[in-house]
Design a protein around this ligand. Structure first.
Ligand code: TRP
Length: 365
């Protein structure tokens, strides 16, 4: 029998979700959820992980839990098809992390490239919180507690998935085949792999102020696109323009579909022709930006409208999350039963063990 295929992924609730999250993973998750190829989909809000570098700002994390939940629903995650839950409400994940800590060395964690960069970004060099340093272990618990086979995430998460795979292999080697090795699922379009900020900087990030949020109004999106970074040497319409590092074209690579030309720019047959004209000269930034704005509006307006609807009943969102937590906890608890058994720490549910021990001590009399 083919192994059951299970999706799991999550986001730290440190801000509203932006279009980098959307093309990097969220859009894909919705497709996977609806594809019928997976027996289960788990999507969770990683509040405990967010606290590892926001320990002094619990209010920020709390506010953004509901923002992320709204973004999920707005983007099309459907609680009847996906289990949507909050990490901190699943205590089994802490238990699992505690056992995994035995299977990972300090030097292995120190080599994790994502953790390395994050430590630098946060000026943690001199005083790294232990919880932050070990979050790859807790992330391995997130993934394996649900026996996830497939983890759709951005490229920066690759070292986490690798670390999780190593933990699984080591666990299964020592304690017997119990856990499932997950596989990363990266976006297949390279523009989606790392969508730059509107200023052309490598990454979209709240602190750089270069994000387009899923919840931005149409006006905000249009304004952000108008001031978007293009080719600084493309001064006059007739000048030849460069595509490399040109954010508008990177966004077109991520969002443009063939049918968009018929609808918004019928004088061009496809994106290649548009690019060629830009490179030759004679095509102005304003025209390309207007095209991008139309495309973005087509993609974002249904999301924005759904969000507005969901915002009308916030208690219902918390209720949905609570139900998701209950369902997730059931799955995690079942895995923990297997883990405790494999690790021989299931003292009270094992009649055989008690009988065996009784016999041993009798024999010693
Ligand atoms: N580290 C991920 C991020 O920063 C969030 C996350 C936590 C996650 N646990 C996970 C993603 C497990 C996938 C699987 O976005």
């Amino acid at each position: 029998m083919a192994k059951e295929k299970i999706i799991l992924t999550g986001d730290r609730p440190t801000g509203r979700l932006h279009i980098g999250h959307y093309v990097g993973s969220l859009r894909r998750r919705v497709e996977l959820q609806n594809s019928g190829l997976y027996s289960k989909t788990f999507v969770f809000i990683a509040d405990a992980q967010a606290l590892t570098d926001n320990m002094d700002n619990p209010e920020k994390v709390r506010q953004n839990v509901i923002e992320v939940a709204l973004d999920y629903l707005a983007a099309g995650l459907d609680p009847t098809k996906s289990t949507i839950f909050i990490q901190s409400q699943i205590p089994e994940l802490c238990e699992l992390s505690f056992y995994y800590m035995d299977l990972v060395t300090v030097s292995r964690l120190q080599r994790n490239p994502t953790v390395k960069t994050e430590i630098q970004m946060r000026n943690f060099e001199a005083s790294i919180p232990v919880g932050f340093f070990t979050y790859p272990i807790s992330q391995a618990a997130d993934i394996t507690a649900f026996k996830a086979t497939t983890v759709p995430v951005g490229e920066d998460q690759e070292p986490m998935i690798e670390q999780a795979r190593e933990i699984v292999r080591r666990f299964n080697y020592i304690y017997g085949e119990t856990l499932v090795e997950p596989e990363i699922l990266l976006p297949d379009n390279s523009a989606c792999l790392r969508l730059p900020g509107t200023d052309g900087k490598a990454k979209m990030s709240k602190s750089l102020g270069n994000c387009i949020y899923l919840s931005d109004s149409a006006d905000e999106v249009a304004k952000k696109i108008r001031s978007m970074y293009t080719d600084p040497d493309h001064l006059r319409v007739q000048d030849p323009g460069k595509l490399e590092g040109n954010t508008v074209f990177t966004y077109l690579d991520a969002f443009c579909r063939p049918e968009h030309f018929g609808r918004y720019l019928p004088e061009y047959p496809d994106l290649n022709e548009l690019k060629a004209h830009y490179q030759r000269g004679g095509l102005g930034d304003v025209k390309v930006k207007k095209f991008l704005t139309a495309i973005m509006e087509e993609e974002l307006s249904p999301i924005r409208n759904r969000r507005k609807e969901f915002e009308k009943d916030i208690p219902a969102i918390y209720d949905m999350l609570k139900k998701g937590c209950e369902a997730a906890r059931e799955t995690a608890a079942a895995t923990l039963d297997e883990v405790r058994k494999a690790m021989k720490i299931n003292y009270f549910d094992d009649a055989e063990l008690i009988a065996e021990q009784a016999k041993r001590f009798k024999g010693e009399e």
